[in-house]
Design a protein around this ligand. Structure first.
Ligand code: SF4
Length: 246
């Protein structure tokens, strides 16, 4: 990463680097323009340490000292069954100087999954209501209300997901493509809790001048691109081809 990051930034591309903070973050990352370091945390310390050992809270707190990071937590059903869980999470992380913001996603299953982490419709509504309320009292919960509300109406398929249509995901070998989105496999879009998908859907749902939805412009742009290229769909190459990494 230390070698790749300068190469990518030199191309004028913004980087969002998601890490467990299992090892100390390079000191310079605290102030690199265009680099946003996101530390992934699985809830409060007891739950996180159980799941993420050896990337424990103690280790993370040591490794992010002097940094300027975003904390990202994926909300699970277990969290929503514990009253005030999200607030306790914010109470722990937001007072710390190293934390510039906090983001919440919602657990996204594959179709047909029946996992304990999957939120019921009522828990999803409560999660959204909690986030909308908490952002008023915890400014570091840096999520626009429209984006939070999108968690209640996720896209119903990858073909209607702006995030899926505008991104390409490759695995750590920098060659293998993951489709249809970063979750891979057969994700249950109707239960999607991806913060990026929600953010782009909020933008797509916005109406320019109060009349023209950005989504319509986006879809027209995709259709024109496909018509010009003669393709029904943009073909997925067997191997990713990212000039930026050369
Ligand atoms: S990001 Fe969510 S909505 Fe988009 S394709 Fe993946 S699972 Fe479906």
């Amino acid at each position: 990463m230390e070698a790749l990051i300068p190469l990518i930034l030199d191309k004028g591309v913004h980087i969002q680097l998601v890490t467990s903070a299992f090892r100390p973050l390079p000191e310079a990352w605290a102030s690199v323009p265009g680099l946003n370091v996101v530390v992934s945390i699985d809830g409060l310390q007891p739950e996180h340490d159980e799941r993420r050992k050896p990337a424990t809270y103690d280790r993370i707190l040591t490794n992010i000292q002097g940094q300027n990071v975003t904390i990202h937590c994926t909300i699970t059903s277990q969290m929503m069954r514990s009253d005030g869980y999200l607030e306790r999470f914010l109470q722990f992380w937001t007072p710390r100087n190293e934390i510039k913001r906090v983001w919440f996603s919602i657990f996204t299953p594959q179709r047909g999954d029946s996992m304990e982490e999957i939120l019921s419709p009522a828990e999803r509504k409560k999660a959204v209501a909690d986030m909308l309320s908490l952002r008023e009292r915890y400014p570091k919960l840096d999520m626009h209300p429209k984006m939070i509300a999108e968690y209640l109406t996720p896209p119903d398929s990858p073909e209607s997901c702006v995030f899926s249509m505008t991104t390409k995901t490759i695995s750590a070998d920098l060659t293998t493509l993951i489709t249809p989105c970063q979750f891979g496999g057969d994700p249950d879009c109707g239960s999607c809790g991806c913060i990026a998908s929600a953010g782009l859907k909020a933008i797509a749902d916005h109406k320019l001048g109060g009349l023209v939805p950005i989504n319509a412009i986006f879809k027209a742009s995709i259709a024109i691109g496909r018509m010009v290229s003669g393709e029904e769909r943009v073909p997925a190459p067997q191997k990713a081809n990212f000039p930026i990494l050369r």
